[in-house]
Design a protein around this ligand. Structure first.
Ligand code: BTN
Length: 232
């Protein structure tokens, strides 16, 4: 999406690398921010993100020219595919749990939080926040649903090396097809949460805008992440 050189700031501790990146928007300079730990890591839907030492907490601030807002899903495509490609370099078989989680062995290993700024019908800048569980110890309440590279690979990984590989993968132009190649749970029965309502559905895929395609009661539906959450 852009060919500019990206500055890399390495921090020891920060509240949230996404907040730090957003506060730098006025500089209009592509910037990568990594931190060893976060004290106020943020997830989607106002949730917190466990961010202990040993994980990778990265935010990439990017500026665009003439990038139509209707193509904003490409930002998630690039982030999720870059994470999957990085994990695959270590021999893992990651899948994307639509729209923004990366799973290994059916458990969450990475979460992505994208925060865009708009100018009319265009995306002017984005902050792509990635939290990847590497050697960090997960809190007890997450051990059933989340995992780490260390747990899955049975060894300690260099956070710096993972960061460099992920930073390189984030520079590449990935396509919706690349995202689809990693999309998990396709052809499987899943639960869609719509407010309080739980809907059983067959997951079919995603469309070019990043909407979920699913079959509900024999009928094909196209659903946005604002409408439903996916439970697997
Ligand atoms: C989610 O799973 O809901 C998304 C989690 C995103 C976490 C990353 S860690 C780096 C960046 N800074 C944050 O505060 N959040 C993102």
């Amino acid at each position: 999406m852009n060919e500019k050189k990206t500055r890399w700031l390495r921090l020891e501790e920060v509240g949230s690398t996404n907040d730090y990146a957003k506060a730098m928007r006025h500089r209009k300079e592509d910037t990568l921010i990594t931190a060893k730990r976060q004290t106020g890591g943020r997830g989607t839907k106002g949730r917190s993100f466990s961010s202990g030492e040993g994980g990778l907490y990265l935010s990439k601030l990017s500026f665009y020219e003439n990038f139509p807002a209707k193509e904003a899903f490409l930002i998630m495509v690039c982030a999720a595919t870059a994470v999957c490609e990085t994990l695959a370099l270590y021999g893992f078989q990651p899948t994307i749990k639509w729209p923004n989680d990366i799973h290994v062995s059916g458990k969450k290993i990475c979460g992505i939080l994208i925060e865009n700024a708009f100018s009319g019908a265009f995306v002017s800048s984005s902050v792509v926040g990635i939290g990847l569980n590497i050697n960090n110890v997960l809190p007890d309440e997450l051990t059933e649903i989340a995992t780490t590279m260390q747990k899955e690979g049975g060894q300690v990984f260099s956070v710096e090396e993972v960061a460099k590989r992920l930073a390189a993968a984030l520079e590449k132009k990935w396509t919706v097809q690349d995202y689809k190649n990693y999309l998990g749970y396709v052809g499987e029965r899943v639960t869609l949460l719509c407010g309080e309502e739980k809907i059983s559905a067959l997951l079919l895929g995603v469309d070019e805008e990043g909407k979920l395609q699913a079959e509900v009661n024999g009928e094909k539906k196209v659903l946005s992440s604002a409408e439903v959450s996916l439970r697997v």
